[in-house]
Design a binder for this molecule. Structure first.
Ligand code: IPE
Ligand code: IPE
Ligand code: MG
Length: 246
């Protein structure tokens, strides 16, 4: 909860606990250079690696990124299959990094819709994550905010029917059925790439997130850009519906 005392002021100087980013602008970045859109996705994956390391180093606890939405299947088949290959390569390499740097990494999304190869990599990252504590990266893959809420509702209903869930459903209780169970809501949501919309990302969890939009395309995103977003975040008043100086 927000407060106006010195602890509140100290909070301001800290980085957000949880940052969420919509990784957007890869295609336009490539097009501007006369490259195929998929070249932008490859560079975007490298940018993610850099920004995740930076977040860990400055003390951010959770970084959640939107990498492939439930709507992105509408893209040309060739682009989708290249993105899936890149994600496989990325997860494969990330497994080594996780072991080396003791990083937790989770995939949020409908994994049933992914290939068996990708699902096996997701299982592996889950298994490694259980062994470590500290920084956690969440990759949203075949993820949609509405889809997540629907999945959660179905799972709750099944538990209730089986006598495994309480009848009195609370916000906190419902959150435990989301992919983000046990993780605090994002404090700061960043969207690079110039679009000013949420595109079905973390609809439940972003109820009180601070939003930061920038025209910088994701492959051009830098730690300095993240610092700018954090500085803006720290200058905001988070009132959660209350008043600051009653
Ligand atoms: C984001 O970049 C990556 C995915 C959605 C997979 P885009 O591919 O959306 O890039 P733009 O928005 O077309 O430039
Ligand atoms: C949002 O970007 C999804 C991801 C970054 C994974 P899109 O490029 O798909 O979003 P729209 O189409 O501009 O809303
Ligand atoms: Mg886009």
């Amino acid at each position: 909860m927000p407060n106006n005392n010195s602890a509140g002021e100290r909070d301001r100087a800290r980085p957000p606990r949880h940052i969420a980013i919509i990784l957007d602008g890869n295609g336009r970045w490539a097009k501007k250079r006369g490259l195929p859109r998929t070249a932008g996705h490859a560079v975007g994956a490298e940018t993610f690696r850099k920004i995740a390391t930076y977040c860990k180093n400055i003390g951010v606890e959770y970084l959640t990124v939107y990498a492939f939405s439930t709507e992105n299947w509408r893209r040309p088949e060739a682009e989708v299959s290249t993105i899936m290959k890149l994600l496989g390569k990325y997860l494969h390499e990330a497994i080594d990094t996780m072991e080396r740097d003791h990083i937790r990494m989770k995939v949020f999304g409908d994994v049933e819709g992914l290939s068996p190869e990708l699902r096996a990599l997701v299982d592996k990252t889950d298994e490694i994550s259980r062994r470590y504590e500290g920084f956690q990266a969440n990759i949203c893959l075949n993820y949609g905010g509405r889809d997540e809420i629907l999945h959660a509702a179905r799972r709750y209903a099944a538990d209730y029917a089986a006598g495994k869930a309480e009848g009195e459903l609370t916000e906190e209780g419902f959150s435990q059925y989301l992919y983000s169970a046990g993780i605090p809501d994002p404090d700061l949501l960043i969207r690079p790439g110039g679009e000013v919309r949420i595109s079905n990302f973390l609809l439940w969890q972003c109820a009180y997130a601070e939003f930061y939009f920038t025209d910088v395309l994701w492959p051009d995103f830098t730690p300095e850009e993240l610092d700018r977003a954090i500085a803006v975040f720290q200058s905001r008043d988070r009132r959660y519906g209350g008043v600051k100086n009653p």
